[in-house]
Design a protein around this ligand. Sequence first.
Ligand SMILES: [Zn+2]
Length: 177
Amino acid sequence: MTYSIVNLVEPVGASEPSANYPRIPAVNNVPPHVASWARPPTIVVCQHAPISEVQIRSAAKFWQNLGYTFEKIRYKNDTVGACTSEKPWGYIVIHLVAKETRLDPEALAQTRFFVDNLTGKISWAAIHMRSDVRETVLEHELGHALGFLHFNRIDHVMNQKWEMGGWDTHGLRFNQR
Ligand SMILES: [Zn+2]
């Protein structure tokens, strides 16, 4: 089985984000959506993640309101071992950025998701957050974990630059895809 690793790093300032997805689709008038989940994923907030239970439920609700579903949210109660797994199949895991995480010092967060190239479906996703969690960042990272790439429209939640982003959800609704 082969995979594409989509590795998105969030820049604060002018530095370019890095993505190693082989081809980013020619951008149209909606955010590129490169893959989706075969079944609703479970979100696991790992022990040291700098996120409250209210924050993760609110960010999940943002996407639920757009038509996406999550199997479950596990808040700092990782009895399934997803946080320590190298390939947490079926899960979106959220970690605090660790020393060994390769992340630009200017970046706010990093999300990777793994796509099974046979099925085109997302197998798992990992989000690393800095302790300075700003408004819209968690929703933005969940957007990547759901298969969206950047969409550089002013005020859009998937804008690659945090200060240019906002709460615009154009093109993100599930039944529009
Ligand atoms: Zn991003």
